[in-house]
Design a protein. Structure first.
Length: 77
């Protein structure tokens, strides 16, 4: 009876293969999904907060969503 090969000692799953610049068979690049601008979100806030956001949007000439996006970006930094 023939013995099978024991590949357990030959394969180290803890290390990643070296990048040779040549794509391996079956390897595909992960496609980045484009950001959708049509997503919606509901936010509860006091009427006075909404009035301040609307005033900022009117003064800047941009939609309310743009003001909120700017605030989130500033908060992230």
């Amino acid at each position: 009876m023939k013995k099978g090969l024991d590949l357990g000692g030959m394969i180290d799953t803890a290390i990643a293969p070296k990048d040779t610049g040549i794509p391996q068979r079956g390897a595909t690049k992960r496609q980045v999904k484009p950001e959708r601008r049509s997503d919606q979100m509901s936010i509860r806030m006091t009427p006075s907060t909404r009035a301040r956001i609307e005033a900022l949007a009117d003064a800047a000439g941009v939609p309310i969503a743009e003001i909120l996006e700017r605030a989130i970006a500033a908060y992230r930094q």
